[in-house]
Design a protein around this ligand. Structure first.
Ligand code: AMP
Ligand code: GLY
Length: 420
């Protein structure tokens, strides 16, 4: 099977590896990164250009296009590829709004009867103030404008909440969502869907804050582990039944079927599972810890979703190992990362027992591999227990040498200690 994969992060490195190792796949990656050289051919193609991607895919006669990041989805790349008659794993522009617009996601959840935080959509500071007055601290304020980045703040400081709301509405087309706070451990559940059937992967937990003990600023994710031994029995079935399937059905009912990866960002509260957000793509870094446990060929699974045949797909097979991944990031990440530093020790790290390195923000240079992004790489290790996987992952991290780099030392620590 010839596959074009779009993206260049650690998530795509993991997707590439899982697709190539599982089955007879001939892979092209646009643009890919320095870690993927041995997995596929890197293609010089703008992944966010719908016409360029669909023309290339058609010309090359690939069997499927797999879209890693959000940007091509929002740009309508899936629509163009689908229109060209090529199976694509990734939702159309309209369906990707489940991630792109938080207000849209709330609307779909309401229609589908999915439990989420009460929220007020505001377009002025006055409205935001009134909305904040209806909630107790901590306050949750999310950017939801046309050009919104990911800006979410969770704070007990009312003035800080108002200031964030102000900065969100100040932009042209600016909008802000003021939300009820939901407390409890967070879980990421990836659901593969063809727009009708839903196939869940194993749940994982991400560590979003930059520093140990969940302190410091939010990041793209500093590490993850899988599976989650502390989840109640039947958790995944419950989420599929009460969250993923109703949302997939509601999207189909609206005439915008969601084909691809429905990432359910969940909180396990004392009153049950509730949704924080949806993403329309695989999560990073959860993908780098979940996929190494999947024994079923990933390319076959994604192809079944892309061609609407998921209902007939055999039950997924999983390794019964545990998986832990630790991100090593460059100096000063997430503020303004310092780039261009030499990366050493990748091969030494990978020599460790069941240990692999997923490259993200790194590129080749004359001196060798150098940093080119905030999250440089992730060291993943498997083990018979979470504790063993964690120990191996940190042994790998200890082999990596990058001037000024940092990593969290507590990935999976509370689960290993039985504190969750
Ligand atoms: P989001 O961009 O919606 O994923 O939010 C980023 C992070 O903010 C989440 O992973 C949570 O840790 C936190 N967060 C977002 N919404 C809420 C909420 N309603 N209650 C508590 N924490 C939240
Ligand atoms: N790990 C969080 C995300 O991919 O959005």
């Amino acid at each position: 099977m010839d596959i074009l994969l779009l993206g260049s992060g650690g998530r795509e490195h993991a997707l590439a590896r899982a697709m190539v190792e599982g089955t007879n796949v001939n892979l092209f990656v646009a643009p890919g990164n320095a870690g993927m050289k041995t997995l596929g051919e890197r293609v010089d193609l703008n992944p966010n250009d719908p016409e360029a991607v669909s023309a290339w895919a058609k010309d090359r006669g690939v069997d499927m296009v797999v879209i890693g990041p959000e940007a091509p989805l929002v740009a309508g790349v899936a629509d163009a590829v689908r229109e060209a008659g090529i199976p694509v794993f990734g939702p159309d522009q309209n369906a990707a709004m489940l991630e792109g617009s938080k207000a849209f996601a709330k609307d779909v959840m309401e229609a589908a009867g999915v439990s989420t935080a009460a929220a007020y959509a505001c377009t002025s500071v006055e409205e935001a103030r009134e909305a904040l007055a209806r909630f107790e601290p901590p306050y949750v304020v999310k950017n939801d404008g046309l050009a919104a980045g990911k800006g979410v703040i969770v704070t007990s400081d009312l003035e800080a909440a108002i200031a964030h709301a102000e900065s969100c509405v100040a932009a042209e087309g600016g909008a802000v969502l003021v939300e009820e706070y939901m407390g409890g451990p967070e879980v990421s559940l990836f659901c593969v869907t063809d727009g009708k059937s839903v196939v869940p992967l194993l749940p994982a937990q991400d560590f979003k804050r930059a520093l140990d003990n969940d302190e410091g600023p939010n990041t793209g994710g500093m590490g993850a582990y899988c599976p989650l031994p502390w989840l109640p029995e039947g958790f995944v079935e419950e989420v599929v039944e009460n969250v993923a399937q109703p949302v997939v059905d509601e999207m189909a009912r609206r005439g915008t079927p969601f084909v691809g990866l429905l990432y359910c960002g969940l909180v396990v509260t004392t009153s049950g599972v509730r949704v924080i957000e949806f993403n329309a793509r695989f999560g990073d870094p959860e993908t780098q810890v979940v996929l190494p446990l999947l024994k079923t060929p990933l390319a076959d699974l994604l192809y079944a979703a892309a061609t609407g045949t998921l209902a007939d797909f055999p039950q997924l097979e999983w390794s019964d190992s545990a998986s832990v991944g630790v991100v090593v990031s460059s100096e000063n990440y997430p503020a303004t990362p310092v780039l261009g530093d030499l990366i050493e020790g990748v091969e030494e790290a990978e020599a460790g027992e069941q240990t692999r390195v997923y490259i993200a923000g790194a590129k080749d240079s004359e001196e060798g591999l150098v940093t080119s992004g905030g999250r440089v790489l992730l060291v993943n290790a498997l083990g018979a227990s979470l504790q063993e996987a964690q120990a191996r992952a940190y042994e790998g991290v200890a082999k990596i040498r990058i001037r000024g780099s940092h990593f969290r030392t507590d990935i999976a620590a509370r689960a290993v200690a039985g504190e969750l």
